[in-house]
Design a binder for this molecule. Structure first.
Ligand SMILES: Nc1nc2c(ncn2[C@@H]2O[C@H](COP(=O)(O)OP(=O)(O)OP(=O)(O)O)[C@@H](O)[C@H]2O)c(=O)[nH]1
Length: 346
């Protein structure tokens, strides 16, 4: 899995995420939890890695994720660091906030200096990680201190113009998915068109928030332009899990009925043209409605809708359905076009 990490992103689309940081910072745990659905507590048993690892994931874009162990020195002549950094879209540096972090900050500045020189377009993303062990006040203090020190170090290096984004994360809550959502979004060339399309979906309807989720990774690849509230994100992410669990249950019972010679029942209450499309609607006790509809490439559109009078809700949902169908068609056209462009590249 680790061997030739330089050729892992075949089309060289720059949708490559490179995870770096000192030893035991949490890099492998993050990969396992976000990309392999590992339970956070199981990461306690992960051993320190000694070799670079690289994996491919297919989302709206093809993602390549590399993890470089903290114990290696990438500036040794053995490593073709220049080539490595030139291929990377996002450099994600993980800082263990529960540990003494001054060495990590020196290491980070050195890496930024090198990475930026080789690849000025690289996105630099810093995870202030393991915040689950810190009090609310201490988190804010640690973030302020890390941002201040990093800014000072970059100023000393003459790199004050370099944009660095900071995220407070933990594998024990949704913060790590939220951070990766934002990191992956920056690598999607069509992001602004997607956001405009989602804004259009929201604009004339009673929708509070809409996400385009990667169902497997539980990260959102786009959302409308209103700010993201972490609780809304959590509710929508959990709704995906619940819908998939229920869908599996229905598939099982369908299989059972078919085995018993009974007629096949279509559990998806969708229009005739798209009978196998997953769709789910749930009315919450606070009056809101959760709406999920399957899109393309493992994506689902999930919306939080403000509920009207019960009588007019059916009509509202039909209008939402219609608009979401238009969005899906536009998404398919966008995907086809971007594939055509990629295929015509030399
Ligand atoms: N409390 C807490 N512990 C975490 C978190 N993320 C990872 N850890 C723990 O940190 C330890 C080290 O994690 P690893 O993922 O092995 O760290 P690494 O950066 O890959 O380490 P190297 O392979 O040595 O480079 C493990 O015991 C994890 O369970 C987190 O968000 N919170």
């Amino acid at each position: 899995m680790e061997d030739n990490i330089y050729t892992r992103n075949p089309r060289n689309t720059n949708a490559t995420i490179l995870l770096m940081g000192l030893r035991r910072g949490g890099k492998l745990s993050i990969c396992k939890v976000v990309f392999h659905n590992m339970q956070p507590l199981d990461t306690l048993y992960l051993e320190s890695t000694s070799k670079p690892q690289s994996e491919q994931f297919s989302s709206l874009i093809d993602l390549s994720v590399m993890e470089l162990p903290g114990q290696l020195n990438y500036f040794e002549p053995n490593y073709d660091s220049e080539r490595l950094f030139s291929l990377v879209g996002a450099l994600v540096y993980v800082i263990d906030s529960q540990d003494e972090y001054l060495n990590a900050l020196t290491n980070l500045s050195m890496i930024i200096e090198y990475a930026y020189k080789v690849n000025p377009k690289i996105n630099i993303e810093v995870l202030i990680h393991k915040i689950d062990g810190l009090s609310e006040d201490y988190r804010i203090d640690a973030q302020r201190d890390i941002m201040q020190r990093t800014g000072d170090e970059l100023l000393d290096l003459g790199l004050e113009g370099v944009q660095v984004s900071f995220y407070l994360t933990s594998i024990f809550d949704h913060s790590i998915y939220e951070a990766f959502s934002r990191i992956v979004q920056k690598l999607i060339p069509e992001l602004s068109s997607l956001e405009n399309m989602l804004d259009n979906v929201v604009s004339h309807l009673n929708i509070d928030k809409v996400f385009l989720f990667d169902v497997n990774l539980k990260i959102y690849v786009a959302t409308d332009s209103l700010p993201v509230d972490i609780q809304t994100y959590e509710v929508c992410a959990e709704f995906i899990d619940m819908t998939i669990d229920l869908d599996d249950l229905y598939l099982e019972s369908d299989k059972h009925r078919q085995l018993n010679g009974e007629a096949h029942v279509n559990t998806n209450n969708d229009d005739e043209s798209n009978q196998s499309e997953l769709k789910s609607i749930s009315h919450l006790s606070n009056g809101f409605v959760l709406y999920l509809r399957q899109m393309i490439r493992g994506l689902a559109l999930v919306a939080l809708i403000r509920s009207d009078e019960v009588e007019s809700m059916d009509k509202s949902l039909r209008i939402v359905d219609y608009n979401v169908s238009l969005f899906k068609k536009a998404l398919m056209r966008m995907w086809e076009n971007s594939r055509l462009i990629k295929d015509s590249e030399p």
